[in-house]
Design a protein around this ligand. Sequence first.
Ligand SMILES: [Cu+2]
Length: 318
Amino acid sequence: MRTVTRLAGFAVGLAAIFGATYGVGRLTDRAPVAEGRHDGDAVHATEDHAEPADRIPGGLLVSDRGYTIDPVDAPADQFAFRINGPDGQPVTRYDVAHDKRMHLIVVRRDLSGFRHVHPDLAPDGTWRVGTPLTGPGQWRAFADFAPTRGEPLTLGVDVTVPGELTERPLPAPATSTTVDGYTVTLTGSPQPGRTAPLTFTVSRDGRPVTDLEPYLGAYGHLVALRRGDLAYLHVHPDGTPGDGRTRPGPAVSFLAEVPSAGSYRLYLDFQHGGTVHTAEFTVVAGSPPADTPPTGNNPSGPAPSGGADHGTPGHGHN
Ligand SMILES: [Cu+2]
């Protein structure tokens, strides 16, 4: 009976995390909050309305910290936009980050059509690039930049390309994919709320590729987008060319942290033979390892043996 009571209390706590304001106290009184657990954040968020902005993943806002992305009219074969600053005027001064002053990422709402391009800046603050919007559909455009004397930001805006849209289902999760004759395999799995290593290994015709070329200051550039809202995650490479330990393939490593469980699409840009290739993977964060049989992790299911007595009800697979 005691276990049942505890699990019921945990369910109340979960309800609080997803919007209500009661119940969290009961949960945290009883069980110590482990590092990185989201229930601690929920308590904080309800008490301090200034804090959560820092926790919102990039790319979800069209306007943030005084900066706004503003698509402007352009010929059909171009995409153009401005970033308007806190004074309402187009920003004309940017810092270089990852070798460029502006990274423009576009993807359809169904996570297809990913492109990562680098527009040119006109003196009036207009960014222009040959359009990366490769067909009809509802697109999301992300501008990843750092205004001079400002913080790095990623703003996102929807752009519609008229025409008949064929929605594509998200490819199933996989640990290997092919692109342009290269085979790329993924080891590691993103974990909600904490950093986890992700390593990609590149081969061609069955042989490891050991002469990858630096691209944007690294042997790989990784973007992760969350299914459902296209939250944008810039993932930092673990090691840079010339640091004495990072080799030009076949393995390229990253340290990734995702904000929640769920499906993500990973886009790995790497350069070889003077050409940039993009390998794509669907991954599911927060799923138990494949070799772990399902247990009573669901509060309505059977209790995991001993789990409730260790103060971690419902959080078995950390
Ligand atoms: Cu870029």
